[in-house]
Design a protein around this ligand. Sequence first.
Ligand code: 13P
Length: 266
Amino acid sequence: MYFCTEQKTTTIMRTKIVAGNWKMNLDVTASIELAESISKEITSLKTENTRIVVAPTAINLYPVTTHADLDNRVEIAAQNMHQATNGAFTGEISAEMIKNVGVQTVILGHSERRTYFNETDKALAEKVTTALKNELDVIFCFGEVLEERQSNNHFKVVESQLQNALFHLEEKDWKTIVLAYEPVWAIGTGETASPEQAQEMHAFIRTVIEKKFGKTTAQQISILYGGSVKPSNAKEIFSQPDVDGGLIGGAALNAVDFVALIKAIQ
Ligand code: 13P
């Protein structure tokens, strides 16, 4: 059988999440091996309250969902998708294709997509709509660049990113959306937002969501922090009251480190 027909729609309430964004790394064998190593490492862990997500590059989604021997706690996510249903968009993948290979979640709005592939808030708003229409869960990324923080515009920037890409949604849509605050200056730089900076921004994000969608939604959504999270700093960041977990790049490429992050959030 080539196609996965068995799919579930997760109801997302506020929950702890450790998600690995593998970006453009790992060939097919390495992707399967890493997913399996993580899976093996978590067998002895109690992780009932934690979603564990890994996002291989698009070409490796199908091999990982079909060939990797995984504990069902390991969820697979795509890193991106096009907003159109199908058509002449060379090199792109659609929501239906993602679902079709047994993947339930898509990361949208990553700063590398915004910076290197010119993804605009408008395109992202369309992508979010398409993903939800196809019953895909979304991990939506946003965050300011260094100059914006240095000029004290980071709150304004984050608020406008949320407004432009997500404020067309209805309250019910938030059940399947996770937010990921990723200050661009902390991504892949080794520089991390301090736990206080992360907490301050996450609390602000909840107030932005609350103003438009109400207190319940603002309290129920999970907000991840991303940007140089590693075993040495994870516990402090994850223990902040408005930080529900992490979206991890570099440290997600190593099973021992990634599992250390899962342990850090328990
Ligand atoms: P790093 O953890 O490598 O800084 O990357 C973060 C990220 O971009 C996750 O999406």
